[in-house]
Write a protein that binds this ligand. Structure first.
Ligand code: ADP
Length: 436
């Protein structure tokens, strides 16, 4: 069966979040890292592809160029000439953007290229407390502009009225599909969209109070060329694809192939959750610490960590080993005061990147990485182009599968605050369950 959904996500973790929801709703999904070109292979046997860009806060021109490159590739500008049936522009459920964009300009450019007249905007994700009422975005019980997002360093959100926010980002008309209409069901919602379209409304902000509303919205917009929103909509669309006969029921969407090499955990996150996970792991399995102050004097600590992991792989090849820079706030501050915040982080990220490439090269096959920036450093060092998304260990932390020099690598990337206290050990048990 051919490609159904092609998604363009404006950042890496947002892409993973959407991919995770698609897999959980029964779509076989691959995440592509960075803007693809004609030579980027289209993965076999997938229902959805999510292209992860870094276009949320970059200059508008760059965001447009990357998004259109991704669109062209997804619409057939690839070696197989395979075209996705529907395009999904994914942004953050807190509508992260500025008056300059990039949500409005990117949505306009995608619609223009697709020849479409209208799209919907569905940022909500009710399970994580993001809802929209009368066009106003709430985070839990707070309006967006009172949720902490007003202090965001890159894109402070001072206005919760999304019709007004988006109107500043596009020359076209913005309208509202409100909750009263949505409660009337799919046909009423579609009729409302058509009426708005006849009045020249190009972008429609959609209310969503709960998962039932998401299902109505998915039904109303499943045949649009372009939909836009957060990952909540990704949870509802697959059911519509099945109803239309585009997607076959598949209980194995989360299955990954078996990775043969041993297990390793690399942790560069210093979040409270990660510190507890490190402690929990060290009570049961071997681990070695990395200290940025020592890394500043040379690579000896990296060599020592490599020797430690190699020794344990020889003695107990199936037991997970941990290398961690994670440290309590006082230790982190001490290192940052001596080295500067950026240099302390760079030293740790470089060390983790070297450890990942060396040890994967030596046969590590199952790798769990803790920390958003740390994960970014490891993924770039391993030069991974595509990740197949599998079953999740904990909310928002799926196992993924990549290929490194022809071998399968099972990889889980955990941002700081995610995961239960035992994720570093239980993660490997979950992997055994999602593999055939
Ligand atoms: P999180 O997802 O928890 O924010 P990140 O990996 O994104 O984790 O960020 C943690 C940052 O802290 C990284 O840049 C990492 O290199 C840095 N870091 C890790 N350990 C230390 C340490 N002991 N001292 C100073 N900085 C550290």
């Amino acid at each position: 069966m051919s490609l159904i959904l092609g998604a363009i996500a404006d950042d890496f973790t947002g892409a993973t979040d959407l991919a995770n929801n698609l897999v959980r709703s029964g779509m076989r999904t691959v995440q592509v890292l960075g803007a693809p070109d004609a030579d980027t292979p289209v993965p076999d046997d997938v229902d959805a592809v999510v292209v992860a860009l870094k276009s949320r806060t970059c200059p508008v021109d760059e965001a447009l160029a990357d998004s259109l490159a991704a669109l062209d590739w997804l619409k057939g500008g690839n070696r197989h000439g395979e075209a996705a049936r529907q395009i999904f522009f994914k942004y953050c459920s807190t509508f992260d953007s500025t008056d300059a964009g990039n949500i409005g300009p990117v949505a306009d450019a995608l619609l223009d290229r697709l020849g479409g007249a209208q799209t919907v905007m569905v940022p909500s994700f009710p399970t994580t407390g993001r809802t929209v009422y009368q066009g106003h975005l709430f985070v839990g019980d707070r309006l967006l502009n009172d949720s902490g997002m007003q202090d965001h360093p890159l894109n402070p959100m001072h206005d919760a009225d999304l019709v007004r926010v988006l109107a500043r980002q596009t020359p076209h008309q913005v309208g509202l599909l409100d909750d009263r209409v949505i409660r009337g069901g799919v046909a009423q919602a579609q009729e409302h969209l058509h009426r708005l379209g006849a009045d020249g409304v190009r972008h429609v902000i959609c209310d969503t109070l709960n998962d039932d509303d998401l299902e109505v919205l998915a039904g109303a917009c499943v045949e649009l060329e372009l939909v836009t929103g957060g990952s909540g909509l990704g949870q509802a669309l697959p059911g519509e694809y099945r109803r239309l006969g585009w997607l076959e029921p598949n209980a194995d969407a989360a299955r990954l192939e078996v990775a043969e090499g041993g297990p390793l955990v690399l942790s560069g996150s210093c979040s409270r959750a990660t510190l507890a996970q490190v402690e929990h792991f060290l009570e049961r399995h071997p681990g070695v610490a990395l200290d940025p102050l020592e890394l500043a004097d040379g690579d000896a600590p990296i060599e020592a960590a490599l020797a430690f992991v190699r020794q344990h792989r020889e003695d107990t090849p199936d037991e997970p080993v941990l290398v961690y820079a994670s440290a309590a706030p006082q230790r982190v501050q001490a290192a940052q005061q001596r080295l500067g915040v950026a240099r302390a982080g760079e030293l740790v990220e470089r060390a983790m990147a070297i450890l990942a490439t060396t040890l994967v090269g030596e046969g590590i096959g199952r790798l769990l990485v803790a920390g958003g920036e740390t994960s970014g450093a490891v993924v770039s060092a391993l030069d991974l182009g595509q990740l197949r998304i599998g079953g999740q260990i904990d909310a928002g932390v799926p196992w993924t599968q990549a290929r490194v020099e022809g071998r399968i690598l099972s990889l889980a990337l955990k941002s700081g605050n995610f995961g239960g206290v035992d994720i570093f050990t239980r993660g490997f048990d979950v992997l055994a369950e999602v593999a055939p």
